[in-house]
Write a protein that binds this ligand. Sequence first.
Ligand SMILES: NC(=O)c1ccc[n+]([C@@H]2O[C@H](COP(=O)([O-])OP(=O)(O)OC[C@H]3O[C@@H](n4cnc5c(N)ncnc54)[C@H](O)[C@@H]3O)[C@@H](O)[C@H]2O)c1
Length: 371
Amino acid sequence: MTGVNPMDVTAVTANSFAMPFVSPSYPRDPYRFASREHLIVTYRTDPVTLRGAWTGPAALELRLHASAPLTDLPVLEVISGVHLIADLKLVLAKLSTITSPFEPLPTESFIMNSFQDKVALITGAASGIGKEIAHAFAREGAKVAIAEMRKEAAEAAAADIIAAGGIAMGVAMDVSDEAAVNAGVDSVHSAYGRIDILVSNAGIQIVHPIESFPFAEWKKMLAVHLDGAFLTTKACLKHMYATNSGSVVYIGSVHSKEASPLKAAYVTAKHGILGLSRVVAKEGAKHNVRSNVVCPGFVRTPLVDKQIPEQAKELGISEADVVKNVMLKETVDGEFTTVEDVAAAVLYFAGAKTKALTGQSLVVSHGWFME
Ligand SMILES: NC(=O)c1ccc[n+]([C@@H]2O[C@H](COP(=O)([O-])OP(=O)(O)OC[C@H]3O[C@@H](n4cnc5c(N)ncnc54)[C@H](O)[C@@H]3O)[C@@H](O)[C@H]2O)c1
């Protein structure tokens, strides 16, 4: 690179809008012009290429990651090496103008790995907690796969992320159906070439007293939560083992550690998730795969909204009392846990540089349950 005559920055600026709307490498995912600089900033290069070519303040960020294929660089004529220097200058000029939340610089720190170019598959991500987790990964630069029961819901959720400038795909997948899980996971691997993170989040809730809990509903609960966690883990681990890295994060619950009336199947399933995660931590260790559980308290999502009238009926109290005296009674501040609270914990585990926390779980519950 040393000795190459850099292209004039103004020429690059003039040519920059020649970039195609649709990436040749990701034909379904149109890039927004607004995020072009970010994609260039995160264009994969290696430190050797940069050495001597650029000593400016962006060098640290530029070392990090890849997302823009060479063919997408905003110059009409790609002259080997030269485009890089010119783009670096363009990027430096534009860095201060980046404002969209989907255009962060990579967040690599001494605590966290960056998610730029990582592939995160999240089950049940068209709604509630999973949806926020998917957006959070996308905001941090990951390619996100939304695995959902209904194809339309999966694609609509992915379209939301793409419209906001992220990279996402929707996958139809009933997590309790082995064939659907295997096909869905393989389709994500075919599209993105890797799977780095699995967030096993899909879940349902059914409340009954044990003496009248329909057996079919008990089996359905265990199928979605436990079969789903097992099948998606099994399907993703083979791809993670192949790259000798990966992170599995399960969405457990305070009910992984605590019991409540009417929730026999849910409490049983959520306790089971802890066991599965610990085995994954032990078996995955030699493949550099970590495993953790995030255990939220009550989060105001459709799953909880459905329970409020059901519990009011079963317990013979008002809906307001269910919220105040059942769901939030033991919290320190009477507040619901938020989807953002949960997503932050998931991203922490998924990005953690240390392997010291593998096998652990974290309760995120406004003090409802402390350990
Ligand atoms: N909301 C809470 O208070 C709370 C608390 C602790 C744990 N959790 C757990 O968080 C996870 C997400 O729950 P939420 O509150 O966001 O609920 P939600 O109902 O908003 O979202 C659940 C998603 O899972 C999907 N899903 C259900 N069954 C599926 C299947 N078989 N295959 C694929 N997708 C399926 C649904 O379509 C939905 O999009 C669940 O595992 C739940 O048990 C929720």
